[in-house]
Ligand binder design. Structure first.
Ligand SMILES: [Zn+2]
Length: 167
Protein backbone atom coordinates (compact mmCIF):
# COMPACT_ATOMS: atom_id res chain seq x y z
CA UNK A 1 0.00 0.00 0.00
CA UNK A 2 1.35 3.42 -0.82
CA UNK A 3 0.19 6.67 0.68
CA UNK A 4 0.70 10.28 -0.17
CA UNK A 5 1.60 12.67 2.64
CA UNK A 6 -1.86 14.09 3.03
CA UNK A 7 -3.42 10.64 3.52
CA UNK A 8 -2.29 10.30 7.12
CA UNK A 9 -3.55 13.73 8.12
CA UNK A 10 -6.83 13.26 6.23
CA UNK A 11 -7.27 9.79 7.77
CA UNK A 12 -6.69 11.12 11.27
CA UNK A 13 -9.07 14.03 10.76
CA UNK A 14 -11.67 11.63 9.35
CA UNK A 15 -11.21 9.19 12.23
CA UNK A 16 -11.85 12.04 14.67
CA UNK A 17 -15.26 12.61 13.07
CA UNK A 18 -16.37 9.02 13.68
CA UNK A 19 -17.85 8.26 17.10
CA UNK A 20 -17.23 5.22 19.29
CA UNK A 21 -14.41 2.90 20.30
CA UNK A 22 -14.62 1.05 16.99
CA UNK A 23 -12.60 3.92 15.59
CA UNK A 24 -9.68 3.30 17.96
CA UNK A 25 -7.92 0.96 15.53
CA UNK A 26 -8.55 3.43 12.74
CA UNK A 27 -7.15 6.20 14.93
CA UNK A 28 -4.07 4.13 15.73
CA UNK A 29 -3.49 3.43 12.04
CA UNK A 30 -3.99 7.09 11.15
CA UNK A 31 -1.56 8.22 13.87
CA UNK A 32 0.92 5.61 12.64
CA UNK A 33 0.59 7.07 9.13
CA UNK A 34 1.09 10.61 10.47
CA UNK A 35 4.17 9.47 12.38
CA UNK A 36 5.83 8.72 9.05
CA UNK A 37 5.53 12.40 8.12
CA UNK A 38 8.27 14.92 8.88
CA UNK A 39 7.71 17.16 11.90
CA UNK A 40 7.12 20.23 9.70
CA UNK A 41 4.25 18.48 7.94
CA UNK A 42 2.80 17.21 11.22
CA UNK A 43 2.87 20.74 12.68
CA UNK A 44 1.98 22.82 9.61
CA UNK A 45 -0.17 20.46 7.59
CA UNK A 46 0.00 19.52 3.95
CA UNK A 47 -1.24 21.17 0.76
CA UNK A 48 -4.08 19.19 -0.79
CA UNK A 49 -4.77 18.87 -4.50
CA UNK A 50 -7.60 21.37 -4.18
CA UNK A 51 -5.22 24.06 -2.89
CA UNK A 52 -6.37 23.88 0.74
CA UNK A 53 -3.99 23.06 3.58
CA UNK A 54 -5.05 20.05 5.63
CA UNK A 55 -4.07 20.51 9.29
CA UNK A 56 -4.12 18.30 12.33
CA UNK A 57 -5.86 19.54 15.46
CA UNK A 58 -3.34 20.85 18.05
CA UNK A 59 -4.12 17.91 20.37
CA UNK A 60 -3.39 15.47 17.53
CA UNK A 61 -0.10 17.23 16.73
CA UNK A 62 0.97 16.60 20.33
CA UNK A 63 -0.29 13.00 20.11
CA UNK A 64 1.68 12.38 16.89
CA UNK A 65 4.91 13.85 18.27
CA UNK A 66 4.58 11.75 21.43
CA UNK A 67 3.76 8.68 19.33
CA UNK A 68 6.90 9.26 17.23
CA UNK A 69 9.00 9.27 20.39
CA UNK A 70 7.25 6.12 21.62
CA UNK A 71 7.86 4.43 18.27
CA UNK A 72 11.54 5.35 18.23
CA UNK A 73 11.89 3.67 21.60
CA UNK A 74 9.90 0.65 20.44
CA UNK A 75 12.01 0.35 17.31
CA UNK A 76 15.23 0.33 19.29
CA UNK A 77 13.89 -2.38 21.60
CA UNK A 78 12.68 -4.37 18.59
CA UNK A 79 16.09 -4.04 16.93
CA UNK A 80 17.90 -5.37 19.99
CA UNK A 81 15.45 -8.29 20.21
CA UNK A 82 15.64 -9.18 16.53
CA UNK A 83 19.43 -8.99 16.44
CA UNK A 84 20.09 -10.62 19.80
CA UNK A 85 23.26 -12.70 19.43
CA UNK A 86 21.72 -16.17 19.62
CA UNK A 87 21.76 -18.39 16.54
CA UNK A 88 19.13 -20.81 15.30
CA UNK A 89 19.52 -24.36 16.72
CA UNK A 90 20.08 -25.58 13.14
CA UNK A 91 22.74 -22.97 12.35
CA UNK A 92 25.21 -24.37 9.83
CA UNK A 93 28.10 -22.18 11.02
CA UNK A 94 28.25 -23.30 14.63
CA UNK A 95 31.82 -24.55 14.19
CA UNK A 96 33.15 -21.26 12.81
CA UNK A 97 30.75 -18.96 14.66
CA UNK A 98 30.14 -16.82 11.57
CA UNK A 99 26.43 -16.27 12.24
CA UNK A 100 27.01 -15.54 15.91
CA UNK A 101 29.64 -12.93 14.99
CA UNK A 102 27.31 -11.34 12.45
CA UNK A 103 24.40 -11.17 14.89
CA UNK A 104 26.66 -9.81 17.64
CA UNK A 105 28.05 -7.14 15.30
CA UNK A 106 24.55 -6.10 14.19
CA UNK A 107 23.35 -5.96 17.79
CA UNK A 108 26.38 -3.87 18.78
CA UNK A 109 25.70 -1.40 15.98
CA UNK A 110 22.30 -0.63 17.48
CA UNK A 111 23.58 -0.53 21.05
CA UNK A 112 26.41 1.85 20.14
CA UNK A 113 24.17 4.09 17.99
CA UNK A 114 26.23 3.32 14.87
CA UNK A 115 23.05 2.06 13.32
CA UNK A 116 19.73 3.77 13.86
CA UNK A 117 16.67 1.70 14.58
CA UNK A 118 15.03 4.36 12.47
CA UNK A 119 11.85 6.26 12.39
CA UNK A 120 8.47 4.57 12.46
CA UNK A 121 8.60 3.62 8.79
CA UNK A 122 11.35 1.15 9.62
CA UNK A 123 8.70 -1.22 10.93
CA UNK A 124 7.74 -1.85 7.34
CA UNK A 125 11.38 -2.21 6.36
CA UNK A 126 12.53 -4.83 8.84
CA UNK A 127 12.49 -7.58 6.25
CA UNK A 128 14.59 -5.53 3.86
CA UNK A 129 17.02 -4.68 6.64
CA UNK A 130 17.30 -8.33 7.62
CA UNK A 131 17.81 -9.53 4.08
CA UNK A 132 20.54 -6.94 3.52
CA UNK A 133 22.25 -7.27 6.88
CA UNK A 134 21.88 -11.01 7.33
CA UNK A 135 23.35 -11.76 3.92
CA UNK A 136 26.21 -13.58 5.63
CA UNK A 137 23.98 -15.70 7.84
CA UNK A 138 23.07 -19.28 7.02
CA UNK A 139 19.54 -20.11 5.86
CA UNK A 140 18.22 -21.28 9.26
CA UNK A 141 19.51 -18.13 10.97
CA UNK A 142 18.08 -15.86 8.25
CA UNK A 143 14.72 -17.60 8.64
CA UNK A 144 15.00 -17.19 12.41
CA UNK A 145 15.61 -13.44 11.99
CA UNK A 146 12.56 -13.12 9.76
CA UNK A 147 10.50 -15.04 12.33
CA UNK A 148 11.75 -12.76 15.11
CA UNK A 149 10.92 -9.65 13.07
CA UNK A 150 7.47 -10.97 12.20
CA UNK A 151 6.76 -11.77 15.85
CA UNK A 152 7.93 -8.32 16.94
CA UNK A 153 5.66 -6.71 14.36
CA UNK A 154 2.71 -8.74 15.64
CA UNK A 155 3.46 -7.67 19.21
CA UNK A 156 3.83 -4.07 18.06
CA UNK A 157 0.42 -4.07 16.37
CA UNK A 158 -1.23 -5.72 19.36
CA UNK A 159 0.11 -2.78 21.41
CA UNK A 160 -0.46 -0.17 18.70
CA UNK A 161 -3.18 1.75 20.53
CA UNK A 162 -1.00 2.01 23.64
CA UNK A 163 2.06 3.06 21.61
CA UNK A 164 0.00 5.66 19.75
CA UNK A 165 -1.16 7.12 23.06
CA UNK A 166 -4.76 5.91 22.81
CA UNK A 167 -4.80 3.45 25.71
ZN1 LIG B 1 23.49 -19.64 11.24
Amino acid sequence: MSCVQSDGIAALNLARLLPGRETDDMLASAIYMCCQLDINTIVNGVLRADGMVEHLRPADIVLCIQARMNMLHENLVIATRVWQPATDPDCTTTATGECLKLLGAASLEYQSFKKSAGLPASLAEWYISIILTAGGCCKPCTAMLKDRALEERKVFWRRAREIMGLA
